[in-house]
Design a protein around this ligand. Structure first.
Ligand code: BGC
Length: 401
């Protein structure tokens, strides 16, 4: 048995995103859900599902699985959820702000919603938990979608105005960690390359334009946040995959580095979201059959280190309804992260995806990523065994292997 200690003041926590947990949002995803729920249910009927998935509510064969609805009702229950976060020994928490709540109509600010997020930040601070705020986690106000979403250059300016409004609002100026955008590569891939997510428009031109506009939006947001708070630490949460198959170098460049390079002068840290590699592994996540490969995690951390900036793991996790694999998944990934740190990668924090079971986009509620199980009928929260295993590590800042 070896003991691996993590650097002092390491951040341990979990992440969520607004649309996936809050409930009662109205944005472009909400509209897409209503248009696509039936189709997704019919598609699911063509697959074989294990009983342990079908016995949960909602299951993939039910249409309500694909409608985010009241999600985890985290919007009303964040105090209770942050009590859990604290009890698990976390000292950081990543969450996102829903642009469509702040600016439901172009140029019209909803001050009550800004105050809501101020309360969220205060609730974290009161519990000694460092907030990592994501400004955009894939959902757009309906009016933004109507003007062509991120394929329209105008959206860059609109996003900048939203960021400016927010960071100068009471309660936000002192926030240190800002994640401007979540996984631009996944967003543009699904939205414009294969068209499986909103806006569901396959177009190479729009794919390229959207990437470019998101990069510009990040740079604008970076400048705005820095001018409001020079001490802010700003980055993106970037999806990274460990590629081993030909042409691995090219895939690594396009998927892992292309976007990061376009913003490299404008980031204080690199945020890594890691779930899988392209290797054949025996163990797989329930979601999309993603290979579980903790060694791949070590490799992507080394890739992220190439920018010479601190690295935060902004997401890493597994869908595991029965919680049979999650404990080992977490410790194995911590060992890989420790190996990267011992070789000089400046990893400063780890945020597990996700705190709660939640609405997994076009797959709906059935994938269970949470450290905490959610009963969608009663909204009751139940802490999973693996969350306690994680808590033990977080509390002593070291992992025994
Ligand atoms: C996203 C999350 C998502 C998770 C699991 C990431 O790509 O940022 O929103 O729930 O992966 O699929």
């Amino acid at each position: 048995m070896a003991k691996f200690e993590f650097p002092r003041n390491f951040f341990w926590g979990a992440a969520t995103s607004a649309h996936q947990v809050e409930g009662n949002n109205h944005n472009d995803w909400t509209e897409w859900e209503y248009l696509n729920a039936k189709r997704l249910t019919l598609n699911a009927q063509k697959k074989n599902w294990p009983d342990y998935i079908l016995k949960n509510y909602p299951n993939p064969l039910q249409e309500e699985n694909y409608i985010s609805g009241c999600a985890c009702d985290h919007y009303h229950r964040f105090h209770e959820d942050f009590d859990i976060v604290k009890s698990l020994g976390h000292n950081a928490h990543r969450f996102s702000i829903e642009w469509s709540r702040i600016e439901p109509e172009e140029g019209k600010w909803n001050e009550k919603e800004i105050e809501h997020y101020h309360q969220v930040i205060s609730a974290l601070h009161e519990r000694g938990i460092e907030p990592f705020i994501t400004l955009w986690h894939w959902t757009n106000p309906v009016w933004v979608a109507k003007q062509g979403g991120w394929a329209n250059k105008k959206t860059v300016g609109d996003f900048a105005r939203y960021v400016n409004k927010l960071v100068r609002s009471e309660g936000f100026v002192d926030v240190k960690f800002w994640v401007t955008l979540n996984e631009t590569n996944v967003y543009t891939g699904h939205g414009y390359w294969n068209g499986s997510w909103p806006p569901g428009k396959r177009s190479l031109l729009k794919y390229l334009k959207t990437n470019h506009h998101l990069s510009q939006a990040h740079i604008e947001a970076y400048k705005i946040i820095k001018s409001a708070n020079p001490k802010a630490e700003i980055g993106i949460a970037h999806s990274m995959i460990y590629f081993t198959k030909f042409p691995a170098g090219l895939k690594n460049f396009i998927y892992n580095h292309f976007f990061l390079r376009s913003i490299k002068e404008y980031q204080n840290f690199v945020g890594v979201n890691y779930y899988f590699s392209d290797r054949k592994t025996i163990e797989r996540s329930e979601f999309n059959n993603w290979p579980i490969d903790s060694d791949g995690f070590y490799h992507v951390l080394k890739e992220a280190a190439k920018y010479g900036k601190p690295v935060y793991v902004t997401e890493n996790g597994i869908a595991d309804a029965e919680d049979k694999k999650r404990g080992k998944y977490i410790t194995d990934h911590f060992a890989a992260m420790h190996k990267a740190i011992s070789e000089g990668v400046d990893v400063r924090g780890y945020l597990y995806w996700s705190l709660l079971d939640n609405f997994e986009w076009s797959s709906g509620f059935w994938p269970r990523f949470g450290l905490v199980e959610v009963d969608y009928k009663t909204m009751e929260r139940k802490i999973r065994q693996s969350a306690y295993e994680y808590a033990k590590i977080a509390k002593v800042n070291a992992v025994d292997l």
